[in-house]
Ligand binder design. Structure first.
Ligand SMILES: *Cc1c(COP(=O)(O)O)cnc(C)c1O
Length: 410
């Protein structure tokens, strides 16, 4: 987002023009920014056989999936519905990884029928799978290396109490299930959480997987999941992708040598690819001054962007319709009947009623976590690509709210 001649632009499109054309609230994404992130990742790992599987749950709009599919990457899905959207978006079955947690065995069978790569994170499911398919369907195993990592306990998945993955401490049990059913394990997977800053954490996870991997003869890839931290505000420290690339590449090459074969190295970035490409534009309904605070009340809230309330996600904001106003401090709050503070004590150019505020880092886990709470309508989504804005999802209407409801005749 750049300030050009008094107007904020993304990919040479004025944000205010998008707000005027499509109304507010509206989600806006910038395709070229996603491609830029993708290229940074590819370059950092240019010396290994890298495969990127976009974590679809971050932003699941079919046009976004089509755009990323056209970039030549694969996709990581966590539900059978995401598998189906990915197939519709054009991903080939062999480029789709299905990484569910606590789903029914029937859902896994359905994914196998669709022909995608299965990632199993539970011994009981693996036993059922083994009894039915033996070595006929290759699988990936999701391990839990028990590393505490990530920005917030709610987004950390590798620790001892986590429900994700098969514990590395259960290796003997796991091997017994694999051997007795002749299961063909071709990949190992770890994903230790989100917002991981430190290359050491990834390396620690990697070292544990490399050790375990020696007990599997038929591996084709190792999947290091994701969790790269992106910038949420000016000057924010982020995962140093180049440093991570250097260190993981070195460790991975050494591992491949001792393993005796070149394997593929997979990552499943969600946030890293799409977070910074997204903006949620909201309109200020009211300014409310209380004895303690000046509130800017906007036409959105936890129904459209729940990250601040769910796990203290930080979203920088800019007043795009008064870029030269005097800076003042505001608490930006939503219109939902809950305490849905989008940003505490934010310095913004003077916010007047009617002003449009752009909420940054709204590409990942924004729309994909949106709901109709308070019977509010979910916003439209717009993709900026080649300097043009395209509608990629219409805003909800009242019919959408009522669609599956059944009004009984009393
Ligand atoms: C959510 C998730 C990701 C993506 O995480 P980000 O922090 O958005 O990059 C990757 N892999 C799995 C298995 C996930 O559940």
């Amino acid at each position: 987002m750049k300030l050009v001649k008094g107007a904020y632009e993304v990919g040479d499109v004025k944000l205010l023009d998008v707000a005027n054309q499509y109304g507010t609230p509206v989600y806006i994404y910038h395709a070229e920014k996603m491609a830029e992130q993708l290229n940074k990742l590819k370059q950092a790992f240019s010396e290994v056989n890298l495969k990127i599987k976009y974590a679809a749950k971050a932003l699941t709009n079919i046009s976004i999936l089509k755009f990323l599919c056209n970039q030549g990457i694969g996709v990581d899905t966590v539900s059978i519905q995401e598998v189906k959207i990915a197939l519709q978006a054009g991903f080939k079955t062999e480029d789709i990884l299905y990484t569910p947690n606590c789903v029914s065995y029937q859902e896994i069978q359905e994914a196998i029928k669709l022909g995608v790569m299965i990632n199993i994170d539970n011994i009981s499911i693996l036993e059922q799978f083994g009894h039915e398919y033996h070595s006929s369907i290759p699988v990936c195993i999701r391990l839990n290396p028990h590393i505490m990592a990530g920005g917030n306990s709610k987004i950390s998945t590798g620790h001892i109490d986590s429900k994700f993955g098969i514990s590395v401490l259960q290796m003997r049990h796991l091997q017994r299930v694999i051997k007795s059913n002749n299961i063909n394990v071709i990949g190992l997977h770890v994903h230790t959480g989100s917002d991981i800053l430190d290359a050491d954490v990834f390396l620690k996870g990697a070292e544990i997987v490399f050790e375990v991997a020696q007990e599997f003869d038929n591996l084709q890839f190792i999947d290091f999941g994701s969790g790269f931290k992106v910038a949420y505000r000016e000057g924010d420290v982020t995962t140093d992708i180049n440093l991570l690339g250097k260190r993981i590449t070195k460790a991975f090459k050494e591992f491949c040598k001792s393993y005796g074969r070149e394997l593929e190295l997979w990552f499943e970035p969600g946030k890293y690819l799409v977070s910074e490409s997204g903006y949620l534009l909201v309109k200020t309904n009211v300014i409310k001054t209380t004895p303690a605070t000046v509130f800017a009340g906007v036409n959105s809230g936890m129904n459209h962007l729940i990250r601040p309330m769910l796990y203290e996600g930080y979203h920088d904001m800019v007043n795009v319709s008064n870029p030269n106003g005097t800076s003042r401090i505001y608490s930006v709050v939503g219109y939902i009947c809950e305490t849905d503070t989008l940003g505490f004590d934010r310095k913004l150019n003077e916010v007047r009623e009617g002003d449009i505020i752009a909420i940054k880092n709204a590409g990942a886990y924004g729309y994909s976590m949106a709901s109709n709470y308070n019977s509010r309508l979910r916003p439209a989504e717009v993709l900026i690509i080649n300097k043009k804005a395209h509608l990629i999802r219409k805003a909800d209407t009242m019919e959408d709210i009522l669609r599956n409801q059944i009004a009984l005749d009393f």
